[in-house]
Design a protein around this ligand. Structure first.
Ligand SMILES: [Zn+2]
Length: 182
């Protein structure tokens, strides 16, 4: 996993996590934090930085959102969207329980140090920069207010890149058109 921050521009997102997957395994990932917004008074706080960083890194490990409404009480986890992140800066016990479940399965062969796993991805998948919405592929999930959506760019044979987007509250834009609205 590579975690980066820079001024990615007024593109509507605070953070994105791009997850390269092959079959049932995550092979590599990147997390991008957008300083264009974290340089502004609203988001230039430790709590906002921790919320978004922790949530995007959590997605890479396989964690999902525990709650996707901004206005309800915090659950004490960064996997809970909120307008007031002070108490949502870190994982909670449920997140750790989920990790134990996710990683309890056994493979028939070791995948540790298997650098060929990512090398086997199609070149287009390996070399693509997934910063721009047009590269994210198909929107595969939404919740009631659209905050839980993620995208899948399918490269065939189980190779795909999954992109989780943490939109700036109230500033969602730049996302591809889709026709599966509720
Ligand atoms: Zn998220």
């Amino acid at each position: 996993m590579e975690v980066c921050n820079t001024t990615y521009g007024n593109n509507g997102w605070l953070g994105i996590a791009s997850i390269w997957a092959s079959g049932n395994h995550i092979t590599q990932a990147s997390v991008k934090l957008n300083d264009t917004y974290f340089n502004t008074a609203t988001y230039n706080t430790t709590a906002w930085r921790n919320l978004v960083m922790c949530q995007e890194v959590g997605h890479v490990f396989g964690l999902a959102h525990q709650d996707e409404a901004f206005n309800n009480p915090n659950l004490g986890t960064c996997m809970d969207y909120t307008n007031s992140p002070n108490s949502n800066q870190h994982p909670n016990a449920h997140d750790y329980d989920q990790l134990e479940t996710i990683y309890a399965h056994l493979d028939s062969t070791t995948t540790i140090a298997n650098s060929t796993a990512s090398a086997a991805h199609p070149p287009a998948m390996q070399n693509m920069d997934f910063t721009e919405p047009g590269t994210w592929g198909k929107l595969v999930a939404t919740n009631n207010n659209g905050n839980g959506e993620f995208y899948v760019q399918d490269f065939g044979n189980g190779h795909r890149v999954i992109t989780h987007v943490f939109w700036v509250p109230g500033e969602k834009r730049g996302k591809p058109d889709h026709h599966d609205e509720h």
